[in-house]
Design a binder for this molecule. Structure first.
Ligand SMILES: Cc1cc2nc3c(=O)[nH]c(=O)nc-3n(C[C@H](O)[C@H](O)[C@H](O)COP(=O)(O)OP(=O)(O)OC[C@H]3O[C@@H](n4cnc5c(N)ncnc54)[C@H](O)[C@@H]3O)c2cc1C
Length: 394
């Protein structure tokens, strides 16, 4: 099997690399993809600028029909774009992308034009409102209530762990429209986060960054034209939504590749007890092991790409990448902390800090990577089940 890219693909990769080089400040060490680091004051404006620039180039959802702001480009282009953005740690790419997939699959023509086009233009950001205090892995336990009245629904209840909701314009909210029917009683709403009755409360994380939000709904009126799909048909959207977040694992893998390359460079330049770190057999062994694991992740990414292009089911591979990506993210952070030794836990503002303090941040932030977008155990259940190994239900 030949995984090399064609000349066209390589030319596009170079174009993306040049765009990132021109858009990032000099000496950019990269940030983690997603809303967490975009909450930082020094990253947020750059992320919004980047999101808008990507929109202007029609690189957000570039495989989409032109009518919705895409370029009708082949899927490999999107994969190359995502890989390069993640590898360089460029901020801006957004969970809104996953919402585009949902709106195009379940939305009316009017909804597609109203909600998708501002996303592909890089004008708006979206948050995801699935989780509640008592509904995590068991998403069908959602209690936030939506009651139908005249030409709107009235929402009451709470969401939690809505990443980046404080910086978002809309939230995809999973709500209960039938309290009697656990699985067939959910509906999905596209909610303007500026609606009267919504209160946001940011939750600080170990990293010190308050990137999660609790979102409280107190008699929030949502127009009926913002219902996505059928009333009580939310289960279909929900099942599709897990697939729509499949690129999360790819981001994690290419993000980890950057961290490994920074570590390799550090070991090639740093002496400890008079010896270059990269000559230490233990360090060499650990770096080599990490490189193998990342390469396996990249190859899974090629497989996912190929399956998607062939129109084959991707459930098993995307869950494999999700599990592997989360584990790699944690392991590379752990390896960095061990190699950096006492410099590892230093805050980025310390004058003694090495590699910009990225590894101490990564060490804390990646603990959540095996929970975000569904837990590792959840993904393993998918891999074991009908769409994967075909094992019978428990
Ligand atoms: C970084 C991050 C970002 C997030 N962003 C968002 C967001 O934007 N929007 C949003 O709605 N949510 C978000 N979440 C929440 C995330 O989706 C939930 O944390 C996740 O679904 C797990 O739910 P829970 O925390 O309630 O844990 P629980 O579901 O209570 O799980 C607890 C433990 O039990 C295990 N477990 C549960 N059920 C099973 C089972 N059937 N088989 C085996 N093991 C099981 C789990 O794997 C886990 O280890 C985010 C979480 C993180 C960490």
């Amino acid at each position: 099997m030949d995984f090399r890219y064609t000349d066209d693909e390589e030319a596009f990769r170079k174009e993306v690399q040049q765009f990132i080089n021109e858009s990032m400040p000099p000496g950019w060490l990269g940030v983690d993809p997603g809303p967490e680091e975009e909450t930082r004051e020094d990253v947020g404006p750059l992320a919004r600028q980047m999101w808008r620039k990507l929109g202007q180039k029609s690189w957000i959802g570039l495989t989409l029909p032109k009518a919705y702001g895409g370029q009708e480009a082949p899927l490999w282009k999107e994969m190359i774009l995502l890989q390069e953005l993640a590898y360089r740690g460029a901020p801006g790419m957004d969970t809104a992308i996953a919402q585009v997939d949902l709106i195009l699959t379940f939305g009316t023509e009017e909804q597609k034009r109203r909600f998708v086009v501002p996303i592909t233009r890089g004008e708006v950001k979206w948050a995801i409102g699935m989780s509640e205090p008592n509904a995590g892995s068991d998403t069908f336990a959602v209690q936030l209530r939506a009651v139908e009245e005249e030409d709107y629904f009235v929402l009451n209840g709470q969401k939690i762990w809505s990443s980046g909701a404080h910086n978002a314009n809309y939230e995809m909210v999973y709500a209960r429209t039938d309290p009697e029917n656990k699985h067939m009683g959910l509906s999905v709403f596209m909610v303007d986060l500026k609606s009267p009755g919504i209160t946001l409360r940011q939750i600080p994380q170990m990293t010190g960054i308050p990137a999660f939000c609790e979102v409280f709904f107190d008699n929030v009126r949502v127009p009926k034209e913002n219902l996505l799909g059928e009333k009580n048909g939310g289960w279909q959207v929900l099942l599709h939504a897990f697939g729509a977040e499949r690129t999360y694992g790819l981001f994690a893998i290419y993000n980890a590749k950057r961290y490994l390359d920074h570590l390799i460079q550090y070991c090639n330049e740093t002496h400890v007890d008079g010896q270059l770190l990269s000559k230490d057999p233990l360090v060499r062994n650990r770096l080599a092991q990490m490189a193998i694991e990342i390469e396996v992740g990249c190859n899974l990414g090629h497989e996912l790409n190929w399956q998607a292009i062939q129109g084959q089911p991707t459930v098993k591979t995307s869950n494999q990448i999700k599990v592997h990506g989360a584990a790699i993210a944690q392991r590379v952070a752990n390896l960095g902390m061990q190699i950096l030794g006492l410099y590892g836990p230093l805050h980025e503002r310390s004058k003694w800090v090495r590699l910009g303090g990225r590894f101490s941040h990564e060490y804390l932030s990646t603990i959540g990577s095996s929970l975000a977008g569904g837990t590792t155990e959840n993904s393993k259940n998918h891999i074991a089940g009908r769409a994967g190994l075909g094992l019978p239900k428990k």
